[in-house]
Design a protein around this ligand. Structure first.
Ligand code: SF4
Ligand code: FE
Length: 484
């Protein structure tokens, strides 16, 4: 396993093509807008070295027998699935943001199992290739960006029906030694902090979409790949001189990027699907279900911090004893633990796949994510209710640092006697950060659309809910006889 320092050093060797706010970034490691998101990923290395977190953060590789970071693990039991969710909750609590490394882990488990079943049917050798590749990932302790979401253009049309054929990433050339691909992947979590990118198709496909049924991995600095960093609310606060209080969460964050693949060559040993359109749906469904399980961990970890911050803000206002405040905090916990319950439940009910790794219960994983599309919004609403309007009307840190204004801000924005105005400002800025600021990308809107928008889960729930069995159960109790 790499140490945190070795991880950062190894990223410096990547010659990434990244643009932030219209400009090419020379040093992604120290860029003030990117750095907090790097810190979140770096923590996944730091805690894996810490004995206290060994149980959650590390695992024994099924490929090499060696100790590895859990983020590179192929789950070998339901216990592994449960530990994954617990690890994510713990990291959500420590970063109050998206720590980005889960997408690669979820992609790996989906590709590992799908390639096995694809080979059985088509006689391809993708699984063996993937095993070799993933052994390399584990040995190097790499961060892998799992890239699924295509831009999709006209949502009413299939990949091959689009007027612009690049709206879904596709194979543009097949060569003896590999393929050339073109297209883009949107909302790529953690891409700039990754060593590798693993591309997967984004929808189930038919024969005419064959060239779009493609999965592969390449280094993030492969010629032809470039990234445009996603804008976040309040992101330029990080560029302000000595920014601290106004950031809400100075040290951690997450990021997404639009990643463009402009005629990128992929060698044969890195290709895990190239035209087997009948396995595209399986790969999408597995990745999505694993990632919907993931939200049962990370989102309630961040939720824990938000609930804590809300309770603190109530204390700083002197309202913590009011019964409606207590009740709202209970409600926030109830919602947050319901998310977690689904994450744990879909893990406990997991099953072994033909390839040997474990898969979540898809119905429960989709219920988990469906709850995540709602509950963080309600938790956020209650947080804003309790925190009060000052959360969005506070003077800036620059005003607070102006000696002529400071005494007035201290005086008039004070809550209870024993708490400084500065601390009151800090807790409100943290709530702002999680609900409206840079972390809101990961906590709010990503709760809606990350790992698939709500309707995607409803389709899966409809498919998995076994309505026929339920109808039979009802008819039997009601005494309705089967027609002969
Ligand atoms: Fe991991 Fe959650 Fe971020 Fe997805 S949103 S990468 S599950 S922390
Ligand atoms: Fe996500």
């Amino acid at each position: 396993m790499k140490t945190k320092e070795e991880y950062i050093e190894s990223l410096k060797e990547k010659n990434m093509d990244v643009y932030v706010m219209g400009e090419k970034v020379e040093d992604t490691i120290n860029h003030p807008i990117i750095a907090p998101s790097l810190n979140s990923v770096a923590l996944t290395y730091e805690l894996a070295e810490d004995e206290e977190y060994e149980e959650l953060m590390t695992a024994t590789s099924s490929l090499t027998g060696k100790k590895i970071n859990r983020f590179t693990h192929l789950h070998q039991s339901t216990d592994d699935l449960v530990k994954k969710v617990k690890m994510q909750r713990m990291l959500g609590q420590k970063t109050a943001s998206c720590f980005q490394r889960c997408v690669g882990m979820d992609a790996a488990n989906a590709v590992f199992s799908t390639t096995f079943e694809c080979d059985e049917k088509h006689g391809t050798n993708y699984h063996e290739r993937f095993r070799k590749y993933w052994t390399l990932v584990q040995e190097n302790d790499w961060v892998v960006d799992g890239a699924m979401t295509d831009p999709k253009g006209d949502r009413g049309k299939s990949p091959s029906q689009q007027s612009d054929p690049d709206m879904y990433l596709r194979i543009v050339e097949r060569r003896e030694d590999g393929i050339v691909v073109r297209g883009a992947k949107a909302h790529q979590t953690g891409m700039v902090n990754s060593h590798e990118v693993m591309v997967m198709p984004t929808v189930a496909m038919r024969e005419e979409d064959k060239d779009y049924a493609v999965a592969f991995s390449v280094s993030v600095d492969t010629p032809g790949i470039f990234m445009i960093y996603g804008r976040q609310s309040c992101d330029t606060r990080k560029l302000e001189k000595d920014a601290d209080i106004d950031l809400g969460n100075k040290n951690y964050g997450g990021h997404e990027a639009l990643v463009i693949f402009e005629d990128v060559f992929v060698p044969n040993d890195r290709i895990f699907m190239a035209g087997e359109y009948d396995f595209s749906g399986m790969l999408v469904e597995r990745f999505a279900s694993y990632h919907r399980q993931s939200y049962g961990g990370c989102k309630c970890g961040v939720g824990d911090v938000l609930i804590g911050a809300t309770a603190v803000s109530a204390e700083y206002n002197g309202v913590q004893k009011a019964s409606h405040i207590k009740d709202k905090l209970i409600e926030m916990n109830h919602l947050n633990e319901t998310i977690y319950s689904c994450g744990i439940a879909c893990s406990c009910q997991g099953k072994k796949l033909p390839a040997g790794n474990y898969y979540v219960d898809t119905l429960l994983a989709n219920v988990c994510k469906q709850n995540v599309t709602r509950f963080p919004y309600e938790i956020t609403r209650l947080a804003e209710d309790i925190a009060g309007g000052l959360m969005v009307t506070l003077p800036s840190e620059m005003d607070y640092n102006n000696p002529e204004l400071r005494a007035y801000i201290d005086k008039y924005l004070k809550g209870v006697d024993e708490i400084s105005t500065e601390d009151r400002m800090r807790i409100l800025r943290l709530i702002e950060n999680i609900t409206l600021g840079t972390a809101a990308v990961g906590y709010r809107t990503e709760s809606m659309h990350g790992a698939g928008s709500p309707q995607a889960q409803r389709i899966m729930i409809a498919r998995q809910a076994n309505m026929e069995e339920k109808k039979e159960q009802a008819k039997k109790i009601a005494g309705i006889k089967k027609k002969k």
